[in-house]
Design a binder for this molecule. Structure first.
Ligand code: PLP
Length: 361
């Protein structure tokens, strides 16, 4: 077993899953567990299924195919607006998909007919974040009605919205109420209830916790908060009881420990990744070099040292540089240092086959 090593701590992963699932259920909100952020790692998926989720979602169809191959008794949700080129596979592996384009819905109806299935769709509304979804309310309501009335192999399961991802728009009582109004208007037109009104992702949890999620929102799609809830806890003061960030621990080995100046010596251009950087001269300090890099965690500022007196100085593709001057422990070559992660580091560490993975209790 080598380094870098990703430890997968299943007990906190399970506890986070149960905590969020129950917390939302108590407010009438069911949760789709989003598995794309950890690359649908099989043991993590198994733990989340054991924690009671009945719907799993991902933007990548291979993730959903793997869930189906395991035979879990869950529904699969395709999260990214589908490519026309992937519709045959989508209908095979996804029970439900998020959609926004009329041309794609028509092709999807034809493909579902070809496979003799009824495929479920959730239509996406754009409420200002400007990623996916229909921006105009009248056009959105008309689209829903057309799906309901003209597409025998599609079932209009509900409607949804995505916020925060591109435009950084925060979910609020106001913007989510617009989605609920759309739902009620569509129900009026089609003469039945919509089963799902999906009010966003992890970033909607603070609203739910404050008790401000509009009535009528009955579904969320949560990925980040289930595995790395540190942003929820630290940036958004969303303290759902029982959440822990000690779920995925990335470990790297020290290959050099030395005292060096803090100001690089010589004429400066750009760093390994093409960035122009500022450096502060703090004199000579003790630093260590770790044998892991951008390949393994994306950005070094998305790592959280488990020893809080470690300061991250920088990283290149395969090295991480740390200031350890203030540490009580005298780190040496061969020592192993541990880090919790933010979302982006999780994306990289879980997807990189060169990072060893080890299942822990
Ligand atoms: C990735 C994704 C989610 C989950 O987002 P988190 O921030 O990880 O909770 C939800 N909905 C859609 C459409 C997504 O693409």
């Amino acid at each position: 077993m080598g380094y870098p090593l990703l430890e997968i701590h299943h007990q906190p992963i399970y506890q986070n899953a149960v905590a969020i699932r129950r917390y939302c259920a108590a407010q009438g909100v069911s949760v789709c567990a989003v598995i794309k952020g950890f690359h649908a790692h099989p043991s993590i998926v198994r733990t989340q299924v054991a924690a009671g989720f009945s719907m799993l979602g991902s933007a990548s169809l291979p993730h959903l195919a793997a869930v189906k191959a395991e035979g879990y008794a869950v529904e699969t949700l395709a999260l990214r607006i589908p490519m026309l080129s992937e519709l045959p596979e989508l209908v095979r592996v996804a029970d439900i998909s998020l959609n926004s384009e009329w041309v794609t819905l028509q092709a999807l109806d034809r493909e579902a007919a070809r496979q003799e299935k009824v495929h479920h769709v959730i239509l996406m509304r754009d409420l200002g974040d400007l990623r996916e979804g229909v921006f105009d309310s009248a056009a959105f309501r008309a689209l829903a009605e057309k799906v309901e009335n003209t597409m025998p192999h599609l079932h209009l399961r509900g409607i949804g919205v995505n916020l925060t991802c591109y435009g950084s728009v925060i979910p609020t009582r106001e913007n989510l109420s617009v989605l609920v109004a759309d739902a009620r208007a569509i129900e009026e037109r089609i003469g039945r209830r919509l089963e799902i009104v999906s009010g966003g992702s992890t970033s909607s949890l603070p609203l739910l916790q404050r008790g401000e999620l509009p009535e009528g929102i009955n579904h969320l799609r949560v990925g980040e908060g289930l595995i790395v809830p540190c942003d929820l806890l630290d940036y958004w003061q969303c303290r759902i009881p029982g959440l822990s960030n000690h779920t995925l621990i990335l470990k790297g080995e020290v290959v050099e420990a030395a005292r060096k100046p803090t100001m690089p010596v010589g004429e400066k251009g750009r760093d390994a990744l093409g960035n122009v950087k500022q450096y502060r001269d703090l004199g000579w300090r003790k630093r260590v070099l770790l044998a892991m890099g951008v390949f393994d965690f994306g950005d070094c500022d998305k790592l959280i040292p488990c020893d809080p007196s470690i300061q991250i100085l920088g990283a290149s593709s395969d090295h991480l540089i740390l200031d350890v001057e203030n540490c009580s422990c005298d780190y040496q070559v061969g020592d192993v240092l541990a880090f919790e992660m933010h979302y982006k580091a999780m994306l990289f560490a879980t997807a990189n086959p060169l990072v060893d993975k080890r299942d822990m209790d």
